[in-house]
Design a binder for this molecule. Structure first.
Ligand SMILES: CC(C)(COP(=O)(O)OP(=O)(O)OC[C@H]1O[C@@H](n2cnc3c(N)ncnc32)[C@H](O)[C@@H]1OP(=O)(O)O)[C@@H](O)C(=O)NCCC(=O)NCCS
Length: 240
């Protein structure tokens, strides 16, 4: 990831990516709670698990603080609405798109202009059910590629493909109901899709960007966008 330049300099062909940890402290929650809108607060209140609730408050408060300088609006006044399948968007700034993904205490946020984008992170850890997930969510060509790999390569390869598929369905806004098995990567040519649902063709218009997190080698991440974009680290900006 390219290093971030001063905030005002996010160029149109860049996507800014922020990666960080959620502290989930009471202090952070108190700080961020008042920035959330009624819907975000209501969602937080519905979370029974106190850790998940604190993480939700912090993630959405942080998101607002990070977006604020780009949109030139105070964090608490940004209108974040939700589209039909759950994708959040900026009602007053249609030129800006953002997406976020969390996993445990990790949070990644991506933001760009005049593009569709989706982001996904997953911990790259061995799980017994990977073969079942491959059967259900991978296309035949992806499954054959994966099954032929050495056991030592399977976990990483699985999450590479999985995060790309998730980032794609998030970029479209349709979510997993679009059918992960219909969004087919080309394992031989990382960075490209082989086949996509008809509404999102041609596959060549979509870019796949691998996200690497030097401090978290066991975290796998992907960003998918429909425009020619490169990624830069989110420029440093003061948080609330
Ligand atoms: C979006 C989805 C792929 C998320 O997968 P995940 O790996 O579990 O979660 P991630 O942490 O990567 O992403 C979650 C974030 O993506 C965003 N998101 C939610 N729905 C989204 C969608 N349809 N498209 C893009 N982004 C979406 C939200 O910001 C969410 O964060 P939040 O829950 O804190 O608000 C999955 O939940 C999904 O398919 N949802 C759609 C369900 C649906 O169709 N609902 C219709 C009724 S609203």
């Amino acid at each position: 990831m390219e290093k971030g330049s001063p905030l005002s300099a996010l160029e149109p062909e860049k996507i800014a990516v922020w990666f960080g940890h959620l502290t989930a402290t009471e202090d952070a929650c108190r700080r961020y709670w008042t920035l959330l809108d009624a819907a975000e607060q209501a969602r937080a209140d519905r979370l029974v698990n106190p850790l998940w609730k604190r993480r939700h408050i912090e993630a959405h408060g942080l998101l607002r603080c990070l977006l604020s300088p780009y949109l030139n609006q105070p964090p608490g006044q940004i209108h974040i609405k939700t589209a039909a399948h759950g994708k959040p968007f900026l009602a007053d700034h249609p030129e800006w798109t953002f997406n976020l993904s969390h996993s445990g205490n990790h949070l990644v946020i991506a933001m760009g202009q005049h593009c569709r984008l989706g982001v996904d992170i997953e911990p790259c850890k061995p799980q017994q059910n990977l073969p079942q997930l491959v059967k259900k969510c991978f296309a035949q060509s992806e499954a054959s590629y994966w099954q032929a790999l050495a056991d030592s390569e399977k976990t990483t390869a699985f999450y590479r493909i999985w995060t790309i598929k998730e980032a794609f369905v998030k970029a479209t806004g349709r979510g997993i109901a679009l059918g992960l098995d219909q969004c087919v990567t080309d394992p031989g040519q990382p960075g490209q899709f082989l086949r996509l649902p008809p509404a999102y063709e041609p596959p060549g218009q979509w870019r796949i960007i691998d996200l690497e997190f030097p401090t978290e080698p066991d975290l796998c991440g992907a960003l998918v966008t429909d425009q020619a974009r490169t990624v830069q680290e989110w420029p440093a900006c003061p948080l609330e």
